[in-house]
Design a protein around this ligand. Sequence first.
Ligand SMILES: [Fe+2]
Length: 336
Amino acid sequence: MGIERIQRISKNNFITDYFNNHKPVIFESMFDNRETDSLEKIVGKCEDYKFMVTKEFINNFAETKSFWQTPDYMKLNDYLKFIKTTPGTKKAIRVSKSPEALSNQFKIPEYCHVRNDEVICQSFCANIGNFSRLHFDKFSSHALIYQLTGIKRVVLIPAKASFKLLPTFHLSRVLLENFSDKDRAKFLNFTGGWETILFPGDVLYLPMMMWHHFDYLDTSFSLTFRFGRNKFAEFLEKNCHFDMYLQNIAAFLDQDANKDLSSTIVNEIKNVTDNIELPPDKKFLALKLLYKTLYRKYCTNGESCSYYLSNDIDLSENNSSLIKYLGINRYLRNEG
Ligand SMILES: [Fe+2]
């Protein structure tokens, strides 16, 4: 399914038709800024500012067995030179604070002023062939993504389809970058997802907690305005670990229509996070269980069955019992 494209609408229409329904949309020509419509002009605005550059998170994990990585800090011009000399790199400017000289070129769109939270402007830049793998943002805000230059393909999948996505915490183990166009179209039909191409000047509204994947079809630069985080989502982001169950609970708490239940739900979670008697490992397990209970109570529409084997059952090829019975024993000699 493609994402709807619209021109400017009133803030009230945006809230009722898209924001409240967590429905993505693309605004055409929201900004008209010739000062920043090419990489050269953006480089000119950023001058000596150093952006945070990181590897793709799962690639880094596969290499180092750790999610921790020490970022590089590079001027935009140096990053652009780097991707010319290292064309296959998966390093990118991701989730990096934007320099004021750049963000000041834009008036924050009125759509960002839905709640009384701070609007944060971040920069993203990557080379052709790079990608951001399927994940949702733990920061729990809504976002407007303004494509300044270059093109990228975006895939969005709603939070309610998480049980079809092999999720681990906020990451999916589905590698969409390897799907053929035909398989991806069928997969999006199966998950109720959307796909489109973002062109320069397009502004994508990305609802909070929605799964997203980007393929860079070109070297491209975008700005993300994060906004609309309510106090419940902020509490969860600052105090809790995320998985697909909390993702769906957070999406439920974001709906003003559910605000009568929100304090009750958050207080149940807070009782665990504030319990100083619980050591971190027990707290983690207690929250994991509570998330499932709350999810089944508030967030399912009869779709509570998992599409994958629970992570609690280790069916990996590293499991010693499986290695013995399904692997090594196959080669035992009959000594009798
Ligand atoms: Fe993201």
